[in-house]
Design a protein around this ligand. Structure first.
Ligand SMILES: [Zn+2]
Length: 267
């Protein structure tokens, strides 16, 4: 990925700013998938709020992105975890000064997940014992203009964040809405808990906002039937290697369409 390829989407008003620190992608390959979640920095007054912390493979990238905003990990006051899949929460231990907000149902779920949900970060529930964890539920106010909405289905205790930014409601969706296709489909592309809950959660989010920061896609706005992406990285670079000889060991073909498994795992 290009080191300087982080285009910042910034929404400013007097009170709050929202920046994507690491963009989310849904990279599906015929050899398996890679999970890169959206990690966003919401600043309200003097409170620095981080939504999701991403996979360990992006740990250094997350720290670097924070520094580009003039912040160190200790400057984060609040971490909100949409859910406890590894690709959204593996770097939570970096933020020892922060209050970590999680839905209590998700903590229980992480301790005893659906046995086929292998994406739950092993050890996270234990790691949380050493952190300042506060449980939050539907309608809880995080700070002025930032509230929790429960969006179960993808996991049992998934939640999203509704924030007033620049005079409008913006929804940081996590994997309850991983990409723009969830709008047309009425479902996220992976459901580990319950399809009808997941469907209701998409409906609930669409009723609450039309600006979405999805878990594995760039932020977008829904305008009528159109999806309009906001500023963000629209291209990533994939590197092969010719170090072993004259020819590359891998070449790449790219497809704009991925195979979608809506209900791969159910409770
Ligand atoms: Zn997930």
């Amino acid at each position: 990925m290009e080191a300087d390829g982080i285009t910042k989407w910034k929404v400013k008003n007097k009170m709050s700013t929202l920046d994507v620190l690491t963009y989310g992608f849904g990279l599906a390959t015929d050899q398996g998938s890679v999970g890169y979640s959206t990690n966003a920095l919401l600043r309200v007054g003097n409170q620095n709020i981080l939504i999701d912390t991403g996979p360990s493979s992006r740990r250094g990238f997350l720290v670097k992105s924070l520094r580009e905003k003039g912040l160190e990990t200790d400057d984060i006051d609040i971490v909100i975890l949409t859910h406890m899949h590894w690709d959204h929460c593996q770097n939570t231990d970096l933020f020892t000064k922060a209050r970590v907000l999680v839905n209590p149902t998700e903590i229980d779920y992480a301790r005893a997940p659906n046995k086929w949900d292998l994406a739950v970060a092993a050890g996270m529930a234990d790691m949380m014992r050493n952190m300042k964890v506060d449980t939050v539920s539907e309608g809880d106010k995080v700070v002025d203009g930032v509230t929790i909405i429960e969006t179960p289905g993808h996991t049992k205790g998934h939640m999203s964040v509704l924030a007033d930014v620049d005079g409008e409601k913006v929804l940081l969706a996590g994997d309850a809405m991983p990409e723009s296709g969830s709008i047309a489909r009425g479902l996220p592309y992976n459901v580990f808990w319950d399809v009808s809950d997941a469907q209701e959660s998409v409906e609930k989010m669409v009723a609450a906002s039309n600006v979405f920061y999805p878990g594995h896609d760039r932020p977008f706005r829904v305008e009528g039937d159109e999806i309009n992406y906001l500023e963000g990285t629209g291209a990533i670079q994939v590197m092969g290697s010719t170090d072993g000889g004259g020819s590359a060991s891998l070449t790449f073909t790219v497809s704009a369409k991925r195979t979608v498994n809506v209900d791969i795992v159910q409770k």
